[in-house]
Design a binder for this molecule. Structure first.
Ligand SMILES: Cc1cc2nc3c(=O)[nH]c(=O)nc-3n(C[C@H](O)[C@H](O)[C@H](O)COP(=O)(O)OP(=O)(O)OC[C@H]3O[C@@H](n4cnc5c(N)ncnc54)[C@H](O)[C@@H]3O)c2cc1C
Length: 500
């Protein structure tokens, strides 16, 4: 679980940072986008697939290149049967301006893809234009100002690796291949959410192409309404972000994690213990739990896992943060226990990559709940007992509701815990069973919820719910009316309000 400290703080890197060295314009390019269908891009560049009425670079439905690009735009193995009329693979912000202007002239609605990790692919719609930004993936680190500017398709692991080299970090997603574009727009839950709050707090400015084809650099002074929506509206945002300007932080000098794995028949003790710990989990500790089929060679069946990760400046302090977990009253029942040991982003990402395999068919969703309400453990136990496939799992993720929240942000819903049922299968014939299990799981959690889900982890088409507070849901609709009065940008797929 722990590697050799490859991305632990390196003092020379930090010194270099403080001395103000600048690494500009580092382009990761196609290497950061390995699944991309190069042939589709070549066809787009040469214009061999479009109809005569389209300028070069537009892939029309019906061509092989179009279908490859359409398939490539969705990370989930469950690719929806939705077909835009045209796909534009942008190479730069100028292409985005041109595509938005063309869409206006043609009356096309626009769906936008950055990393393609949206669980239910809100960018893939029937008709209109799919604007594929997956090649906008360069990283420019400015060590002097402690900022980084990135294209929206940069992946979590690539940004983290670049920053860690210099002794800095950004609160990226816990899954290595998530794109920063959709992640930041939807808030962003990271390994350091307890300290940093949602990742969108750290957006200083964005370059955005608006529905009228204008490109603006927005910050909180020049365009406060745009910045409000950028911080949390997710797929409800009314523009195309071509660049994010982000604040970064020094990498903590000490990062430790421990591991606790119990058999499912310890579920009563496990839930009581993990829920009772919630109010006292320090901000510097991330402590997600997962109930999943065992991958351990020496244990079969469902296992319950807790992986606390602590960050701080001194190892003795970080170790002390993890000590309460070591006091687990039923530790002797663990089928795997690893006491606190050095943790790295590489190690965290390696573990996550094993949980979320590309190619599998995912139905994901989540609700914010109040775990202190009597009876909360029952629906979770039922979910664990009825996992519908070997890969399916339940994640429950504590959230520090005292963590900072930028005063100018649409992001607005949280409670001390989110519960995420993931129905995961390999065959299309099992999709309905995954859906049925997830919907039933959500229904059973409703009495303990605020009827809201995480912006980034939900399927509003399969299960309508709030993703912003009711007031912010209304305000976002007003701003959409102001900035995109003709509704060119697609907006949420499904209803951002609970079903009546
Ligand atoms: C395996 C897996 C693990 C995940 N782990 C985490 C996690 O740890 N923390 C977390 O917070 N979330 C997590 N997520 C959720 C993830 O953050 C969201 O799905 C996010 O939308 C992905 O961003 P993307 O750019 O890759 O996706 P995309 O599918 O490209 O984008 C999603 C939507 O965002 C909008 N959008 C994207 N880019 C732009 C842009 N440049 N301009 C305007 N609108 C845009 C579009 O509406 C688009 O449909 C995970 C998802 C998966 C599949």
């Amino acid at each position: 679980l722990n590697q050799s400290g490859a991305n632990r703080p390196q003092s020379p890197g930090r010194r270099q940072f403080l001395e103000g060295a600048v690494i500009a314009g580092t382009t990761l390019g196609a290497a950061a986008n390995p699944g991309f269908a190069a042939a589709a891009r070549a066809a787009a560049l040469s214009g061999d697939a479009e109809q005569p009425a389209d300028p070069p670079g537009y892939l029309r439905r019906g061509s092989e290149s179009y279908e490859r690009a359409r398939q490539d735009a969705v990370w989930n193995g469950k690719r929806p049967e939705r077909y835009p009329d045209v796909i534009r693979i942008a190479n730069n912000a100028g292409d985005v301006v041109e595509a938005v202007r063309l869409a206006r002239r043609k009356g096309w609605k626009i769906g936008i893809r950055s990393g393609g990790h949206g669980w239910n692919a809100p960018h893939l719609r029937n008709g209109g234009l799919l604007l594929d930004l997956s090649y906008l993936n360069d990283i420019r680190v400015d060590l002097q100002s402690q900022t980084v500017s990135i294209g929206p398709a940069v992946r979590a692991r690539d940004l983290q690796a670049k920053l860690n080299q210099h002794g800095f970090y950004f609160p990226t997603a816990t899954c290595p291949t998530v794109g920063l574009g959709g992640y930041l727009l939807g808030g962003g839950a990271s390994f350091t959410g307890g300290i940093d709050g949602v990742a969108c707090n750290s957006i200083a400015a964005v370059d955005v192409v608006l529905a009228d084809g204008r490109q603006v650099r927005a910050d909180d002074t020049s365009h406060p309404e745009i910045m409000w929506a950028v911080r949390g509206a997710g797929p409800g945002f009314f523009g195309a972000v071509t660049r994010f300007h982000l604040r970064v932080k020094p990498l903590p000098r000490s990062m430790l994690s421990s591991v606790y794995v119990f058999p499912r028949d310890a579920v009563d003790e496990f839930l009581e213990w993990s829920i009772s710990m919630l109010p006292s989990i320090p901000a510097q500790v991330s402590a997600n739990s997962v109930g999943v089929a065992s991958w351990l060679p020496h244990h079969q069946g469902t296992i319950l896992t807790l992986f606390p990760i602590a960050m701080g400046e001194r190892e003795d302090e970080t170790r002390a943060l993890l000590e309460p977990f070591e006091q687990c009253p039923f530790l002797e029942r663990a089928v795997l226990h690893q006491p606190p040991a050095p943790w790295t982003y590489d190690a965290g990402y390696a573990l996550q990559a094993r949980m979320y395999l590309k190619g599998h068919r995912y139905r994901a969703d989540a609700l914010w709940v109040n775990p202190q309400l009597p009876g909360f453990a029952e629906p979770v136990k039922r979910m664990l007992k009825t996992l519908p496939s070997p890969h399916s799992h339940v994640l429950w993720a504590p959230w520090n509701t005292d963590a900072p929240l930028h005063p100018n942000s649409a992001y607005s819903l949280h409670t001390p815990l989110s519960v995420h049922p993931y129905g995961i299968c390999e065959e299309q014939r099992d999709d309905d069973a995954m859906n049925a299990w997830v919907n039933e799981a959500l229904r059973s959690l409703e009495p303990f919820s605020n009827h809201g889900g995480k912006v980034n982890d939900n399927d509003l088409a399969a299960y309508p719910k709030y993703v912003l507070s009711p007031d912010n849901t209304r305000r976002l609709e007003e701003l959409r009316g102001k900035y995109d009065p003709d509704g060119f940008f697609c907006g949420y797929l499904g209803s951002p309000r609970p079903a009546a």
